[in-house]
Design a protein around this ligand. Sequence first.
Ligand code: MLT
Length: 389
Amino acid sequence: MIKIQTRNKISPVGLDLFERNEYEVAGEISSPDAVLLRSYKLPENEIDTTVKAIARAGAGVNNIPVDACTDRGIVVFNTPGANANGVKELVIAGLLLSSRRIHEGMNWVSGQTADENLSKNVEKEKSSFAGSEISGKNIGVIGLGAIGVLVANAAVNLGMDVYGYDPFITITSAWNLSGRVKRTESLDQLMATCDYITLHLPLIPDTKNLINAEKLKAAKTGLRILNFSRGGLVDTAAVKTALNDETVSHYVTDFPDPELLGVKGVMSIPHLGASTAEAEDNCAVMAARQLQDFLENGNIVNSVNFPACSLEPADGARLIIANKNNQNMLDRILAVLAGEGLDIVDMVNKHNNGIAYSIINLSASHISAETMKQLNAIEAVVMTRQIGG
Ligand code: MLT
């Protein structure tokens, strides 16, 4: 039995992909082969030594100790794009909420239960809730991955002037992006030009407090900030100051911060970006398929710490092996196989961010414990596994 430990509620549409005659799936499970989670903050000491992979049903992986996983040879997966439409739709809601005073108006109406002249008073009061339109306004989209691209294209279709900023844009994103999105090279320039900015990038040490006092100094007065990525991208104290001096008119965030609750202009949403039935199903299915392909075949798709690597199955045993990308590692691995008289039918070796990963199909139907021991003894090897045989 292959054991999958769930650390959050995961859509059954995804969990049902694990055939129960081959897989055991549960929250409480001993010695799991893999962990499947959503926003549970997983400490390193809770990761069992048996764990080979962790899949996040979502895009961000800041709740997983990724570097420690890499050192331990644990492959971490995410599901880029699977919830992008759900997040995009909530960003559009955020744009409108920060522009049209909808919730103040609705709150006022809710308080009018005893008003016998409601229709008349609505017409009298509505001027207090007038807003502005988004069409014709400038929006800067910071980060053009799966979500940023959808948001940028939707904003174009809503008649906005869209400025895109992403020094690391991929070819796929560039192909998918509307030709009407203007490329911006400098974040300061974007801040000075835009009426709205929306953040769509991961929280990593380089992006922590990306929107800080210095960036906000360059902002166009009355800027509206939309943050549906991660709270840590925005410096709380700096945005509070900017809201108080009205440099920033609204901060719409999917990550409520106690320091900002009740501050004028702050609109806090309880992390609902990906909370749609469709997004939850899509993420669960994608995470489950990726885990299965890795556990059953050793193939890697959408890992944040290991290179993408796949190989067609063959009849004999399959060796998967990962190592820190030091010199001559492949030579040393192949020397062990040759020394043990193992004939290679097919193989693939990929490396990325200092980690190399190989899938090796052998003609032999089994790799001996002695061979595995020799492979594991090679310095800088972080993971080995035999599949089949
Ligand atoms: C994401 O990283 O994609 C979201 O945080 C997913 C979620 O809401 O669980």
